[in-house]
Write a protein that binds this ligand. Structure first.
Ligand code: ZN
Length: 166
């Protein structure tokens, strides 16, 4: 697994609600432009990780507990094992043909994906990635079908594909 992190701008405060960013749009664009598009294209999930306020850092976390998360992952893994019949196959390794077969969308989903592709100018690779990730989100939700909310969550994970910084 590859995990990488980067600042949103040269000073690092562009997406911070508490600190002010003094970078110019041109500086931000030049900074983000240093990352190769084809490289970003190959990363499954792009996520904003905002600074955690001290109070939250010290307080009791009320997110999903690890034990519950492990159960959800186990269920999702079982769904995948049943889907592919061949041992250790996972959604992430689906071929284009498998994506077509196992990531069917309803009309609302088709429309959502088409719109996202056009607005964000996504590549064919990103298209399949969104569907693979959406399939996994649906599996984590123990859902047979990919619903619109699963798909829109997967689309959000392509945020660095978007021309946000132009
Ligand atoms: Zn900045």
């Amino acid at each position: 697994m590859l995990v990488a992190a980067l600042n949103p701008c040269p000073c690092g405060y562009l997406t911070d609600s508490k600190r002010e960013c003094h970078c110019t749009p041109r500086q931000v664009q030049a900074y983000m432009g240093k990352i190769s598009g084809p490289l970003l294209d190959r990363i499954d999930i792009h996520l904003d990780v905002p600074a955690v306020p001290y109070r939250e850092l010290r307080g009791q976390a009320d997110g999903t507990p690890s034990v519950k998360m492990r159960d959800q992952v186990s269920v999702a893994r079982e769904r995948q094992a049943a889907r592919f019949s061949t041992g250790r196959a996972t959604n992430a390794r689906m071929s284009h043909r498998q994506v077509k077969r196992f990531c069917a969308l309803d009309d609302a989903g088709e429309m959502l994906l088409k719109q996202a592709m056009q607005e964000m100018g996504l590549s064919a690779r990103a298209h399949d990635k969104i569907l693979r990730v959406a399939r996994t989100i649906a599996d984590l939700d123990n859902s047979e079908n990919i619903a619109a909310n699963h798909l829109s969550e997967a689309v959000q994970y392509r945020r660095l594909d978007r021309n946000l910084f132009a």
